[in-house]
Design a protein around this ligand. Structure first.
Ligand code: FE2
Length: 269
């Protein structure tokens, strides 16, 4: 017998490929059953947006879920991408031409330059289709949907380009891979930094959040508890990393990087 309290969130649709869950009034989580990240729909009184859209191949299932709540792709004003990883953004190109696509400027740059290494294209076996970013976001931007006002927070760590969207009146925290339910860590990837990660979590801890709408996993109504655990874990990760670097010969770690630059520079000689 589990002592976990029942979820306060209502499942609206459960298919083989995805589950549609209501997080709050006019806020929906689309949770895919493969490796795709969660997608979110926020239907404001003036504007409707999505936050992340999952993998390219999941697009038909995304449409099914949107349809269920009476939304077609042409009704979506903006798709906001939380960071450059393709499990979050793969399907974004399907929205080209009818909706604006926005991301933090560092993510926008990587996506526009098609930096496959940063975007983890091999890991997710996504098609090599350009994704165009129309709006380059920064810390402090505000996305006004009428009855939702989403604050754009720059929260690097998982990568250099992660954003968190926070709706202060309703306490909605769209934290993508920076904070996950139960304090699960999203990991530190190529351009990320564990120290940045800790600082981002500290900032999130100071918010009056009530619902965590994360990039992976379930919705959570205990974001304060989640962030407390995540901060503990991130400090443990920092210590592990320090020990790892101590164990490695610093020279042998650094040499391949410098050699590759030397080889590259020779080309122009
Ligand atoms: Fe990610």
């Amino acid at each position: 017998m589990s002592d976990r309290k029942p979820s306060p969130f209502k499942i609206l649709l459960d298919s083989e490929a995805a589950t549609l869950i209501q997080a709050a009034e006019d806020v929906y989580q689309i949770r895919f059953k493969n490796r795709a990240a969660n997608a979110y729909l926020v239907r404001g009184s003036k504007r409707t947006i999505m936050i992340d859209v999952g993998l390219s191949t999941n697009y038909p299932h995304l449409l099914t879920c949107l349809n269920h709540v009476g939304v077609t792709p042409d009704r979506i004003d903006m798709v906001v991408l939380s960071h450059e990883h393709l499990d979050h953004i793969g399907a974004a190109w399907h929205f080209h031409g009818r909706t604006y696509v926005a991301a933090h400027r560092l993510a926008a740059n990587k996506i526009m330059l098609r930096d496959d290494f940063s975007m983890l294209r091999k890991m997710f076996a996504e098609p090599n289709v350009p994704i165009n970013i129309d709006i380059w976001l920064e810390e402090g931007n505000l996305i006004d949907l009428g009855n939702f006002r989403l604050n754009v927070m720059y929260t690097p760590g998982h990568t250099s380009a992660c954003i968190t969207l926070f709706e202060p009146d309703k306490g909605l925290l769209f934290a993508s891979d920076t904070l996950m339910p139960g304090g699960v860590m999203g990991g530190v990837f190529g351009s990320g930094s564990i120290a940045d990660y800790i600082q981002s979590l500290q900032r999130i801890k100071g918010l009056n959040s009530r619902i965590l709408l994360s990039g992976h996993g379930r919705l959570s109504d205990t974001p304060q508890e989640d962030v407390r655990i995540a901060i503990q874990r991130s400090h443990a990760l920092l210590e592990d990393t320090a020990q790892l670097f101590d164990a490695l010969d610093a020279r042998s770690n650094f040499d391949p990087i410098m050699q590759s630059v030397r080889d590259l520079n020779k080309l122009d000689d």
